[in-house]
Every structure is written in structure tokens, then in C-alpha cells.
Design a protein around this ligand. Sequence first.
Ligand code: GDP
Length: 432
Amino acid sequence: MANVVIIGTQWGDEGKGKVVDLLTERADCVVRFQGGNNAGHTLVVDGKKFILHLIPSGILHPGKVCMIGNGTVIDPAVLIQEIDRLNGHGVAVSPENLVLSRYAHIIMPYHRALDIARENKKGKSKIGTTGRGIGPCYEDKVCRGGIRTHDLFNRKTLRKKLEKNLEEKNFMLGKFFGEEPLDIDAIEEEYLAYGERLAPFADHVSERIDELCRQGRDVLFEGAQGTHLDVDHGTYPYVTSSNTVAGNVCAGAGIGPTRIDRVLGVVKAYTTRVGEGPFPTELRDATGERIQSLGGEYGSTTGRPRRCGWLDMVVVNTSVRLNGLAGLVITKLDVLTGIPVLKVAVGYQCGSRRLNSVPPELDGLEACRPIYEELPGWEEDIGRVRRLGDLPSNTQRYLKAIEEIAGIPLAIVSVGPGRDETIALKDPFDFE
Ligand code: GDP
């Protein structure tokens, strides 16, 4: 029995979806603990592609339980749509296999309206949020005005909270942003209806996980976004509005730190970043465009093209430290095939200083220049390789360099989007 956490080590979009999908085979339960529908996994069911933003992709595996913890924020319309679409495609979603925390905060229409109005007002200095109301929802959680899942089950409580919140939100929307105010009656009816639909799924996630742990079951905790988008440890303010690091599994799902056996970090074989913010190894040339096009680097949530660059081991090593990683999962190695020389950032030159981890202040990072190690590329198609030793020697050299610089072992290497396009090196649920 083991409880394993999967975390993105870069700026998100590392290919966590495929990795979680693979590991779900071994787990009994998959849990999300932070973020909202700003995350997204691309899935293929019966040849039809669709994207899940809230429900863990483990839902596709019969017999597995998926849980959405208290640390997430929920847009109920999106969640209901995902449930209905999955059911419509023959994937049974019921309270048997989907559990929503009663304490997860609800994204309200004023959160979305404020998110968009604020981002528009910022103009050039915008953060690049997805405009889904996630940040404003977390703000209300912290200022203790938030509406939680269980509030949708009680008309009187919901009305009282809405009255209080809308007085302030409509003032902001109307007077500060020049937007239309929102109507309380319409929101009340809409959200009570959502409550009715979601009530059967709502439960105490912390207790349910504890029960599973006591039965010796394997639980997989699925991080969304990436370590460098963490609200405390990321490239603030160009970050997401929750803690994405492994430590937040405990608060966001309601478990104690001693319940976590292992944390694995997913590393894309190069680096991407969506939206604004510093990116030392960014490539603004034909190689960057090649990686973007071969890697299909367009946001699954917003469709925005992702900025692409060389693998940055300063970023990865900082994640090793912040998450206490035990092993790495390398994804999208196949995308690098055909590039004659590969560069890997092994440190930053910041004025006269050499840095080995990402400086916490934005100004510091913007002033950094990557120090590169150059490695020879490979031409061979690696998509069909299933054993490390069968990879071209230069590909093995690239992987060895990552392992040595990070100082922790590789657990899995992904050489294509398919489930079988994988080289398994260690069982994440069972290694020392
Ligand atoms: P996530 O949010 O971290 O899961 O990242 P994305 O939604 O951006 O998923 C990454 C995309 O890359 C998906 O379309 C996957 O099917 C695809 N993918 C995952 N692993 C690999 C890989 O090893 N090679 C290739 N070519 N594609 C991959």
C-alpha cells in the first residue's frame, strides 16, 4: 500500500494527464486537491476527444473512485457538464465513483465577472488568467465570505450569503469597473438547482480518504498546474491562485503529512509556459516553433499557444526541493527527435553570481541568463522503444544528464501520447 503524489515540476502542462492515467491503473482512488477548471486534461474515449477540467481522468477506469478535495474551487455548471458528457459517452459517473468535498468553494458569476473585468483593466500588465473566476473565488475563501458546496443545499443560507456578497461585488463591478450589476434572484435559482444536482456527490473527502488508507488502499493525489505557478513559491505574480506544491495535498484533501509515501515530479523534456511571466530558456526562433508545433503546445483550457524553450534544470531542481521529490517522470521526449544539438540550462548567471535555484523575486529572475550544457540530439524515431537500453545512445545520454543534475532517479519515460508509449523504470507505488 502507498499513497503517491504527482506534481508538475515546471509551469504546468507537463503531460500529467497521461501519467496520472497510467498510474490510476495501480491506484484505488484519485484525488484532486487544488485549483479549479483552469486545469485541463485531454482524453480520448471511443475515438472521441474531450477535455476534463475538474473530474480526475481516473474516472475512465471502472472501479476507481475519484475525489475532488476541499482545496479545489468548483464551477458547478462545468462539473455538471462534465458528469453529463461522460455519462452520455457511456462512462458511468455516479456517487459511487465521484465524491465532491462539501467544503470546496464555489465559483460564482461575480467571480468570473470580476476576473475578466480586472484582467481587462490591467491592460499590458495582465497576469494571463483564464478568466474563470478562480482567483476571486480563492480571495473570498480567504476573506471568509466564500460560498461552499454545502451552502448550495440550503436556500436561506445561500440567500443570506448572496445578499452580503452581491452588495460589495455589484458595487465593484458597477462603480469601479463600469460593468453591469448581477441579479440576485437569478443567481439564487441557478445555484440552488446546481446544488440539487450535486448533493448526491457531496461528502467528507477527508474521512473517505482516511477510510481507504485504513483499508490499505492505494491513493493517488493529482496536482494541477505546476510548481512554478504556486502562489507562494512560483514566479509571483505570474502564478495561479493556489499552492500547487506537494505540501498542499494535506490541507487541500484533509490528510496528515505522514500519510504521503512518495512524491513524483513530471518533467517535460523541454520547457513551456502559457501566459505572461519570466521564462529564462524561452526560444523565440525556428526551434521554438518546431517544438510548439510537434509538441502540440496549445493550451487545453484556453487554446492559447504556449511559449517553448530548452529544458531548464534550475526550474526542475527547485521543484525537487520544494516538493521533496523521490523520482522524475520524463514526458514528450519524442518531440525533441531531429534537433541536432539540445541545450539544457544547468545554472543561471545573475550579474557576477551563479545561481542554482530559481530566485524568488521576479526582478532577480528577469536578470538571469541561463548557463547551458550542450548535448548531441538524435534522429531515430523513439516512439516504439519500450526499454531504456533500446533508446539511441544520445537519448540515453540526455536522460542520464537529467538524472544526474536532479540527483534523483527516473521512474517513467514517456515517448508518445499513447498509454503504451511508455518506458517504465520503477513502480511509483513501490520503490525505495
Ligand atoms: P497536463 O495538463 O499536464 O496533462 O498537460 P497537457 O494537457 O498539456 O497534456 C499534454 C499533451 O501531450 C496531451 O495531449 C498528451 O496526450 C500529450 N502527451 C503526453 N505525453 C506525451 C509524450 O510523451 N509524447 C507526446 N508526443 N505527447 C504526449
